[in-house]
Design a protein around this ligand. Structure first.
Ligand code: LLP
Length: 422
């Protein structure tokens, strides 16, 4: 469910017509819906009944300051994976106690920042990190709650590049090695090992792998309690998928996920926390682009857009599907043509869709990529010296540019010539 729909023949973001935004902001641009963000946060938050839960939005999915502020104002906590994301979460208005620090390669500087700020929890991913964090916390005279992020060796059944919970993946600590490390953590100064964390991947469309992983976490919690380690916090990660292709089966609704979570953990007496990213922002954002060139080849008809893989890398990187729709509503019976929808970047992988049947396009037409709010702007780059594109936030009939398009000078401002070339 999202708030992008045709009204009076043109696609709107809530009450704002997208052609008006395109005329004022220029294409391409990302557009986010406050109502959709709010709805997704609330639907997810309320899918666990009376269980004691907290939601820590995964900043990596979309780190725009206005998106973060919207979620902070709803009471969301944040899951961060770098010192930069930690600062963004604080700027958004989060309390340090609402922040969870994940990530496989945290530096000592980042851990020091987390300790000095007194953040809620660090999810430790290796014995080396355990030692470093203990030394930093002890020398600061602090005790910090930690989880070990366990790797449950469960295949999430998602794209290979976004699966994280198999034993050959770099993430987490193999669950069979965890008990010994918890015992070690308990004996180390500065650490309060009361939590277990798990995250097995992203865009997961089946509850079974979640449940398999969660059952291992429950068994581990019981085993650790028997060992005298008082586990009372479980961080169950993110990863619940969203519908990208409205023509295929939808992923399970959050309510079914919530019911499964309660079934597995209902009587354990633990606080449960979650780190959803895509589920909150995926359908809350679209990418609007213009058709620059239509090119009829001998094998294909190409619609070349002014947005490229540098603006939305998911199709090139994960063969991801995004629905593409015209901003002007096609009239009933409009004929369709198969297009390869591509960008202007000098790479053959700069292809958003192959043989996609779309209503006949003209040069200058606007199109919208749906479900582009997660891992869209956040993963964009200036490849081919293309400036980052603007982001716009809509709230009812109001809209604002929440990241502007940099000038050429701003884009290149950090480059400098060495003296011998000056
Ligand atoms: N927690 C941890 C520890 C994570 O690594 C991730 C995502 C999340 C939470 C949030 O997962 P979500 O709820 O968004 O699925 N760029 C890829 C997705 C990479 C996900 C990385 N980790 C894509 O565009 O599909």
């Amino acid at each position: 469910m999202h708030h992008f729909a045709y009204k009076n023949g043109v696609l709107h973001a809530e009450d704002v017509p997208l052609p008006q935004l395109a005329a004022q902001v220029g294409t391409p641009f990302y557009c986010y819906s406050s109502a959709t963000l709010t709805r997704h946060y609330q639907v997810f938050r309320s899918s666990f009944g009376s269980a004691d839960v907290s939601v820590h939005y995964a900043v990596k999915a979309n780190c725009n300051a206005a998106v973060l502020r919207t979620l902070a104002s709803l009471g969301s906590g944040f899951d961060v994976v770098s010192g930069g994301e930690l600062r963004l979460a604080l700027q958004a208005g989060a309390k340090p106690s609402q922040i969870v620090f994940s990530g496989v390669g945290k530096t000592a500087e980042e851990l020091r920042l987390a300790v000095d700020l007194g953040i809620g929890q660090v999810n430790v991913e290796s014995e080396s990190e355990l030692n470093t964090l203990s030394a930093i916390a002890a020398s600061a005279g602090r005790k910090i709650r930690i989880a070990l992020r366990v790797n449950p060796d469960v295949d999430a059944g998602t794209h290979a590049k976004i699966t994280t919970g198999r034993k050959e993946d770099k993430f987490g600590i193999n669950w069979t090695l965890a008990p010994a490390l918890y015992r070690k953590a308990k004996a180390l100064p500065g650490l309060d090992p009361r939590a277990i964390a798990v995250h097995i991947g992203s865009q997961i469309t089946n509850l079974k792998p979640f449940e398999d992983a969660f059952l291992r976490v429950r068994d581990l919690a019981l085993m650790l309690r028997n060992d005298g380690i008082d586990i009372d916090h479980l961080d169950l990660g993110g990863g619940l998928g969203v519908p990208y292709d409205f023509a295929t089966d939808p992923p399970p609704p959050p309510a079914d996920y919530g019911a499964m979570v309660q079934r597995v953990f209902g009587n354990l007496g633990c606080h449960l926390s979650f780190e959803p990213g895509r589920l909150i922002v995926g359908n809350a954002g679209i990418l609007v682009a213009k058709v620059v060139v239509l090119k009829v080849g001998t094998a294909k008809t190409f619609a070349v857009l002014d947005a490229g893989m540098n603006d939305l890398v998911r199709p090139a990187m994960y063969d991801a599907h995004h629905d593409i729709i015209p901003v002007r509503e096609p009239s009933a019976g409009t004929s369709r043509t198969d297009y390869d929808v591509v960008g202007p970047v000098c790479e053959s992988s700069d292809r958003f869709a192959s043989n996609r049947a779309l209503p006949v396009l003209k040069e200058g037409d606007l199109v919208a990529f749906l479900t582009a709010g997660a891992y869209g702007a956040a993963m964009s780059s200036t490849y081919n010296a293309r400036p980052l594109i603007p982001e716009v936030l809509v709230d009812g009939g109001k809209w604002a540019v929440v990241r502007r398009r940099p000038s050429f000078e701003e884009m290149t401002a950090l480059d400098q010539l060495p003296s011998w070339l000056g």
